[in-house]
Design a protein around this ligand. Structure first.
Ligand SMILES: Nc1ncnc2c1ncn2[C@@H]1O[C@H](COP(=O)(O)OP(=O)(O)OP(=O)(O)O)[C@@H](O)[C@H]1O
Ligand SMILES: [Mg+2]
Length: 560
C-alpha cells in the first residue's frame, strides 16, 4: 500500500484512532490474516461467529503490524475503531485509488474465466508497466479491496477480478475500484441458484460496463449474445472480441494441437498476426482475445502481440493445468471450480488432448445451479458421452445426473461409474489407470481437489483425504477473499445439493444492505495465507512437490 498515516486512514474510513499517534505511518500491507502481516503493516480484525480476529492482534503486532483496525480497541496497540471493518477496507481501498491518479484499473467479470483472464491481462500489461494482479480469485468485497490495497505509486495497471452473486454487487466493487476498462467474458449459469435466472446474471454482470466512463473501453465477448447486448449499456468505446465476423479483435482459423493448445490468426484494426498459445483449452481463444484487446488499447505495439500471447502461462492453479506423469498418464487438473460451461470446455479439452488415447473424466458435483441443477449435470454427462469419453467417473451421489446424462447417449461406447466420494474415486483410479491414459479432474471447488492432488502425487501419507490433514487446515479468522465463501467446506456434508447455499452467507454478510454476518464457520486463514502468498485454492502445496500415493508411481518431475 502507499504510505498513509494512521490519521489518514482513520479519516478515510470514518474510524476513531485510539491508543496511538496519528502520525504513525503504515508502510506495509493491509492484512486480515495475522500470519501474512509484515513489518509496518495494518492488521484488520473481523469478528466471526466462532473466532474473533481481535484475539490475533498480539500476533499481528509481534509480526510488525503498527496498528489494528477493528470494532474495538486492542490493548497495547494503536487501534482504528470502526463499526464495520469490511466497509472500512473498501473505503480505505478507494482512498488509495483516489491518491493514485496515474493508475489504470481494469475490471474483469464473467461466469467463467475471470481469474484465468485476469492473469492473462496482467501478463500482457507487464510489458507496458508495473501491474498489480495477485494470483488467485480475489473477487469479492474483501478480496477486491485487499487487491487494490497492494497498489502504490509505482503501479501503472491494477487488474481486478469482479465476482457477483446478485444485483448491485459489481456496482459496489466498481465504487471501490472504478474501472476505466471493463471486460465481460460470458454469461452462463454459474451461481444461477442465487440469481434466479440467466437474465438476472446478465443484468448484474452489465453493471461493470455501466461503471466504465465515456473515456474508457468496454471489452465485450461478442460471441456471447448476452454479453454482446451489453454494448447498449455503456458510454465507453466498445471493443468486441470473439470469432464473430464483426468482432474488432477477432480470431480465425482456430486449431488445437495434441496438448489442446490453440493456434489462431488474430485480426485487429492494426493488422493480423498468427498466434500459438502455450496454454490449453479452446476457451483460451476468447480469454486471450480479451487480454489482447486490453493490452492493445493500453498501448502494446501490435508487432509485439503475437510473441506476447505465445508467452502467456498459467498463473493460478487448478485451471487447465495439463501435466504428464512419468507413468505416461496425462492429467488435466481443471478442478478449481465447475459449472456446466466450464465443464463443457474442459471435456472438449480432454477430447482434444486424448484424441487417440483412452480418456477418463472424473466429474464432481456442480454447485449453485438452483433449479437448473439436474439439467446442468445431465447436459455435461451427455456431452462427455457424445465426445466419446471412454470412462466417466462421477464423484458423489449429488452428481449422479451426470451419469444419467451420459447413459442417455444411445451409441456411446464408453462407461460411467458413480463412486461415493473422492476416496473411492482415488481407489478406482489406482486400480484402473494405465500408461497413456488422459484424465480430466473437474468439480465445484474442493469436491475433486483430493483426486487431483492424488494424481499430482501430493498425498504425502497414504491417500486418505489428504486435504483434511495437509492442505486445508483451519486457521484463525474466518475470512475467504473469494466470492464471499466464509464457511468451511469440510464441515459441510460433501456433495449435498443446496448446501453450497450456505456459502452465500458470506456474500449476504459482506454486501452492504444485507444483514451483517460476515464470518461464519471457521476461518480459512491458512487458505487466506496461501492466497496472500500468491498461491490459490487454499492448498499449501506447489507444483512438482514430493511424490507419494501408494499404488501409482508419484509424478516425479512433471512435464508440461
Ligand atoms: N472462457 C471460458 N469459458 C469456459 N470455461 C472457462 C473459460 N475460462 C476459463 N474457464 C474454466 O473455468 C474454470 C474457472 O476458471 P477461472 O477460475 O478462471 O474462472 P472464474 O470466473 O474466476 O471462476 P470463479 O467464479 O470460481 O472465481 C476453470 O476450470 C477454467 O478452465
Ligand atoms: Mg475466480
Amino acid at each position: 500500500m502507499i504510505n498513509l498515516t494512521l490519521a489518514d486512514i482513520a479519516a478515510a474510513v470514518g474510524g476513531e484512532l485510539t491508543g496511538g499517534d496519528g502520525d504513525i505511518a503504515v508502510t506495509g500491507s493491509v492484512e486480515f490474516d495475522s500470519r501474512a502481516v509484515s513489518p509496518g503493516g495494518l492488521f484488520v480484525a473481523f469478528v466471526g461467529e466462532k473466532v474473533d480476529g481481535h484475539d490475533f492482534a498480539p500476533a499481528a503486532i509481534s509480526a510488525g503490524a503498527v496498528a489494528v483496525m477493528g470494532t474495538r480497541p486492542v490493548a497495547g496497540a494503536p487501534s482504528i475503531v470502526v463499526t464495520d471493518p469490511l466497509d472500512a477496507m473498501g473505503r480505505l481501498a478507494r482512498a488509495v485509488v483516489d491518491r493514485l491518479p496515474g493508475l489504470t484499473i481494469i475490471g474483469v467479470t464473467g461466469s467463467s474465466g475471470k481469474t484465468s483472464t485476469k492473469d492473462l491481462i496482467a501478463q500482457l500489461l507487464r510489458h507496458l508497466g508495473p501491474t498489480v494482479a495477485p494470483a488467485g480469485s480475489f473477487n469479492n468485497e474483501l478480496g477486491l479491496p485487499h487487491t487494490v490495497l497492494q497498489a502504490d505509486e509505482r503501479t501503472r495497471f491494477l487488474v481486478v477480478e469482479m465476482g457477483a452473486r446478485g444485483a448491485g454487487h459489481l456496482l459496489y466493487l466498481c465504487r471501490i475500484a472504478p474501472p476505466t476498462v471493463g471486460v465481460v467474458l460470458n454469461v452462463g449459469s454459474a451461481h444461477v441458484g442465487e440469481f434466479g435466472s440467466v437474465e438476472a446474471i446478465a443484468a448484474a454482470k452489465g453493471e461493470l460496463v455501466e461503471a466504465v466512463p465515456a473515456t474508457g473501453i468496454a471489452v465485450l465477448n461478442v460471441d456471447d449474445q448476452r454479453v454482446r447486448a451489453m454494448a447498449a449499456r455503456t458510454r465507453a468505446e466498445v471493443v468486441g472480441v470473439g470469432e464473430a465476423a464483426d468482432a474488432t479483435v477477432r480470431a480465425v482459423d482456430v486449431r488445437l494441437d495434441e496438448r489442446g493448445r490453440p493456434s489462431y490468426t488474430l485480426i485487429a484494426p492494426a493488422g493480423r498476426v498468427d498466434v500459438q498459445l502455450a496454454i490449453s483449452g479452446r476457451h483460451q481463444v476468447g480469454n486471450t482475445l480479451a487480454a489482447a484487446a486490453v493490452a492493445l488499447w493500453q498501448g502494446l505495439p501490435f508487432t509485439d502481440l503475437g510473441a506476447a500471447l505465445g508467452e502467456l502461462r498459467l498463473v493460478s492453479t487448478r485451471r487447465m493445468d495439463v501435466f504428464d506423469r512419468p507413468d505416461g498418464v496425462t492429467v488435466i487438473d481443471d478442478s478449481y471450480n465447475a459449472n456446466p460451461a466450464s465443464t463443457e470446455a474442459a471435456l472438449h479439452a480432454l477430447a482434444a488432448i486424448g484424441l487417440r488415447r483412452r480418456r477418463v473424466a472424473v466429474l464432481g458435483y456442480m454447485a449453485e445451479l438452483g433449479d437448473q441443477e439436474r439439467a446442468g449435470h445431465e447436459q455435461v454427462g451427455r456431452l462427455g458421452a457424445e465426445l466419446g469419453t471412454d470412462r466417466i467417473v462421477v464423484v458423489g451421489a449429488a452428481a449422479g445426473p451426470i451419469q444419467d446424462g451420459a447413459t442417455q447417449v444411445a451409441d456411446w461406447g464408453g462407461e460411467s461409474v458413480l463412486v461415493t466420494d473422492q476416496e473411492a474415486a482415488v481407489a478406482l483410479l489406482q486400480a484402473e489407470l494405465r500408461p497413456d491414459d488422459v484424465v480430466l479432474v473437474k468439480g465445484s471447488r474442493y469436491r475433486t481437489w483430493a483426486v487431483a492432488d492424488f494424481l499430482r502425487g501430493y498425498c504425502r501419507r497414504y491417500c486418505r483425504f489428504p486435504h483434511h490433514d495437509l492442505h486445508y487446515a483451519a486457521g484463525d479468522q474466518v475470512v475467504h477473499a473469494s466470492e464471499g465463501r466464509t464457511t468451511d467446506p469440510l464441515r459441510r456434508p460433501q456433495d449435498a445439493p443446496g448446501q453450497e447455499g450456505h456459502a452465500d452467507d458470506g456474500w449476504r454478510g459482506l454486501h452492504p444492505g444485507h444483514r451483517r454476518r460476515v464470518h461464519r464457520g471457521t476461518l480459512r486463514a491458512r487458505h487466506a495465507a496461501g492466497q496472500a502468498a500468491g498461491r490459490t485454492d487454499g492448498s499449501d502445496h506447489h507444483r512438482g512437490g514430493p511424490a507419494g500415493p501408494v499404488h501409482l508411481p508419484g509424478p516425479g518431475r512433471l512435464r508440461r
